[in-house]
Design a protein around this ligand. Structure first.
Ligand code: ADE
Length: 368
């Protein structure tokens, strides 16, 4: 009698084809065995507590594992628990996040920490539905915390997992669609073994990251799912997973002003809401201005014009917007009062300035 839970190799007997649900159920054994020997040793896996799982998973949504490691240890050292996070100074919080991008995520972490302190006696909830109510916790993060930290049989479906599942099933459904993700979540909830949910979810994430890779040919020779993978059998790597059209990003042209006076430089705080809320930035103007237009702005009657020189172009890509920037350095006698006159060293050490400006920070420090 063939069993869909056979370890490592699941063979489909000739003349019998697993249906969708059986194929998903058949993943449990191979995936869990593979994880026992292949899981990477990562700081957040050493002692997976709800708080460390939560912080690491939010960071991992933004960038690669290797890039997250130093951020994770700095964050855990500075804010080791929910209470410390709830009480943290906004500036420290943004500084700890600087370079990771999507700053609303760290703000949401703090908002959620405050709710956990007030409404859950400082204990991160274990139930998926309770977790989902917290700001910044979507289905993926709720599933990751519930399963990795509390062992609850909840799925954690991110982009990596969507790719693995689509490939195992050779599914042509559009993985950008919420409904497609919801269906996979529902199916995994019904087919995943109870008792090993954290390992199961992390294993799928890991297989997606290092075996069933997004670009180029997946490494099927190393994949514990190769014997049941329909994409491999049908050689459909190039067309699975399927992603529908994405809305084009809006392009915003900007002129960045590096207004300097001796060792000081003008910065300002961004508005409290919206893109890069409450971060610091260099003053800017909408549109691309010429050197003469910038010079005219600083012309004052009876005064000598300050020297203006180009500081080059830069592009920064956010998820929905692209900034196309041109910059100028302007040497003034004193920083205009409407700005904060930061010491150059404070640009790196004190004020959280988003990555979008990194090309200009390099220029100020003579690094490019
Ligand atoms: N990417 C997202 N979550 C992860 C995890 N827990 N381990 C490794 N990579 C991940």
């Amino acid at each position: 009698m063939y069993s869909v839970y056979d370890k490592l190799q699941v063979l489909e007997p000739e003349g019998y084809s697993l249906d969708r649900r059986e194929r998903l159920a058949a993943m449990n054994g191979p995936v869990l065995s593979w994880y026992e020997t292949h899981a990477r040793i990562l700081p957040w896996r050493e002692n997976p507590q709800p708080y460390s799982v939560w912080i690491s998973e939010i960071m991992l949504q933004q960038t690669r594992v290797e890039a997250v490691k130093p951020y994770f240890s700095r964050f855990m050292d500075a804010l080791p628990d929910v209470k410390a996070l709830a009480e943290a100074d906004e500036e420290l919080l943004l500084k700890l996040w600087e370079g990771l991008g999507y700053y609303n995520r760290v703000r949401n972490l703090q908002r959620a920490a405050r709710i956990i302190m007030e409404e859950y006696h400082g204990q991160i909830p274990a139930e998926y539905e309770e977790l989902r109510k917290l700001p910044g916790i979507g289905s993926y993060t709720a599933g990751a915390i519930a399963s990795i930290a509390y062992g609850k049989p909840e799925p954690a479906v991110d982009g990596n997992v969507l790719r693995v599942l689509s490939r195992v099933l050779a599914s042509r459904e559009d993985i950008r669609k919420q409904a497609v993700k919801r269906r996979f979540e529902q199916e995994l909830r019904q087919t995943m073994e109870t008792g090993n949910a954290g390992a199961f979810n992390q294993s799928l994430i890991e297989i997606g990251a290092i075996v069933c890779v997004p670009n180029g040919r997946p490494r099927c020779g190393q994949c514990p799912l190769s014997s049941i993978c329909l994409t491999r059998r049908q050689e459909l790597w190039d067309s699975v997973p399927f992603r529908g059209e994405k809305k084009p990003r809006r392009v915003e042209e900007k002129t960045i002003l590096l207004i300097e006076s001796g060792t000081r430089i003008a910065i300002r705080k961004r508005p409290e809401r919206g893109l890069l809320a409450s971060m610091y930035e260099f003053p800017s103007l909408d549109g691309r201005k010429t050197e003469d237009e910038v010079r005219a702005l600083f012309r004052k009657e009876g005064k000598q014009e300050p020297p203006v020189c180009p500081a080059g172009d830069a592009v920064h890509i956010f998820s929905h917007v692209e900034w196309h920037m041109t910059g100028y350095r302007i040497e003034v006698k004193s920083i205009p009062e409407e700005y904060l006159a930061a010491e150059r060293e404070e640009i790196r050490g004190r004020y959280p300035i988003p990555n979008a400006f990194s090309a200009y920070i390099k220029r100020i420090f003579g690094e490019s």
